[in-house]
Design a protein. Structure first.
Length: 333
C-alpha cells in the first residue's frame, strides 16, 4: 500500500495550521489534522477553513485512528503541545510534551513512518551555553531551561537523540527548535501570541506600545533582542523536510538574525502608516535575573543539510502580517 497520509497533530494551531496550508498544496498527499477546535468564537476552525484537509479528529482519537489507518501514514508532523510557559501543572506539561511525543516517536519507529516534531528555543534557557543545535546528549543534558515547558522539550530532545544513537529512530526524524515565530493564525493564543500580535491592537489604535526597560548597560531600553521568524518561513522549512526524507536530526529554525523589540515595534508602526510611540516600563523583579537579552538561531546545520530557503526580513514579514492579515477583514491564512 502506498503511504499518502500526513498526520499533523496540533494542526489547527498557529504553526500547525500554517504547515497544513503549505502541505495541502501537494494534492498527492491527504493532510489529516489531530487537534481540538474548542469554542467556535475562538476562531481555530478558521485557521483551517481555506485548505483542503482530508479529515480532523480530537487528540483522544489519535491511537484508535492510527490503529485503523496507520499503515497509510507516511509522516507525522507533531506540533501538538502544551505551549504555555504559564501552565502551572508540570504533570500536564510532561505527559503531553514528553509522554505523547515519546509514544508517537516509538510508534513511528515501529511502523516505518517519518516523524517531524516541534522542539523550542526555550530549551536553551538563558543562552549561557549559546544557541548551537548540537546533536549531542551530553550538551543537551547541560542545558538549563527556565521553565517547565522548555524543560519538557529539552527532555524529549535528549530522548530522541539517544534513541537515534541506538538505531531505534524512525526512518526520518527531525526536531525543530523554533525561535520567536510570528504571523497569521495566532489570534487564538491570547497572552501566548507573538509580541507582534500583542502589540498590534495598540498600534492600530494609535496608542503607545509598552516595552521593558533594560537592566544591562549593553542594551538600551527596548533593545533586548530576539530571533523573529515569520511563520511562512517555518512552514516552508517543514515542507522542504517532507520533500527530503533523508535529512534527520535536531535543527534550529529561526531567521538567523537577532533584532530588538524596538525594531519590531517600529516595523509595526511603519506598516500601519503611523509614527512610532513606545513607552518603557519596569521589568518585574522576578524576571530581571533570568530574562534573556538576546536569542539568535545558528542556522548552519540546516543549511549544511541542503536547506536553501531565504529568511523573510523583519520589516518585510511584519508588513505582510499587518497589511495582509491584521489590518484587514480576514486575518486568517
Amino acid at each position: 500500500m502506498t503511504k499518502r497520509i500526513i498526520l499533523i497533530t496540533g494542526g489547527a494551531g498557529f504553526i500547525g495550521s500554517n504547515i497544513a496550508a503549505e502541505l495541502t498544496r501537494d494534492a498527492s498527499f491527504d493532510v489529516v489534522i489531530c487537534d481540538r477546535l474548542r469554542a467556535a468564537s475562538l476562531g481555530k476552525w478558521r485557521n483551517l477553513a481555506k485548505h483542503p484537509i482530508a479529515n480532523i479528529f480530537g487528540p483522544e482519537e489519535v491511537w484508535p485512528w492510527l490503529e485503523r489507518r496507520g499503515s497509510e501514514v507516511e509522516l507525522i508532523v507533531h506540533m501538538g503541545a502544551v505551549s504555555s510557559t504559564q501552565e502551572a501543572d508540570a504533570d500536564t506539561i510532561v505527559n503531553t510534551n514528553f509522554g505523547l511525543s515519546r509514544d508517537l516517536f516509538c510508534w513511528c519507529a515501529a511502523h516505518d513512518c517519518r516523524f517531524i516534531y516541534a522542539s523550542s528555543a526555550a530549551t536553551y534557557g538563558d543562552g549561557a551555553l549559546g544557541f548551537d543545535d548540537v546533536q549531542d546528549v551530553e550538551f543537551l543534558a547541560n542545558l538549563r531551561p527556565l521553565n517547565a515547558y522548555g524543560w519538557s522539550k529539552a527532555f524529549f530532545d535528549c530522548f530522541a537523540v539517544r534513541q537515534a544513537g541506538r538505531g531505534r529512530a524512525p526512518p526520518q526524524w527531525v526536531g525543530l527548535k523554533f525561535f520567536n515565530v510570528y504571523g497569521p493564525n495566532e489570534g487564538h493564543k491570547g497572552v501566548m501570541a507573538s509580541m507582534a500580535r500583542q502589540m498590534w491592537p495598540h498600534v492600530a489604535a494609535g496608542r503607545a506600545v509598552k516595552l521593558y526597560r533594560s537592566y544591562r548597560p549593553a542594551w538600551a531600553d527596548g533593545g533586548q533582542e530576539r530571533d523573529f521568524v515569520h511563520v511562512g518561513d517555518a512552514a516552508r522549512a517543514v515542507a522542504w523536510l517532507v520533500a527530503n526524507p533523508k535529512v534527520s536530526g535536531l535543527f534550529n529554525l529561526g531567521s538567523g538574525e537577532a533584532r530588538s523589540f524596538n525594531d519590531l515595534a517600529e516595523a509595526l508602526f511603519k506598516a500601519a502608516g503611523r509614527e512610532p510611540r513606545i513607552d518603557y516600563i519596569d521589568m518585574p523583579p522576578t524576571l530581571r535575573d533570568a530574562y534573556q537579552y538576546v536569542t539568535q538561531a545558528k542556522m548552519e546545520r540546516l543549511r549544511a543539510a541542503g536547506y536553501d530557503g531565504t529568511a523573510t526580513g523583519l520589516e518585510e514579514g511584519v508588513a505582510d502580517y499587518v497589511q495582509g492579515y491584521l489590518s484587514g477583514p480576514d486575518p486568517y491564512r
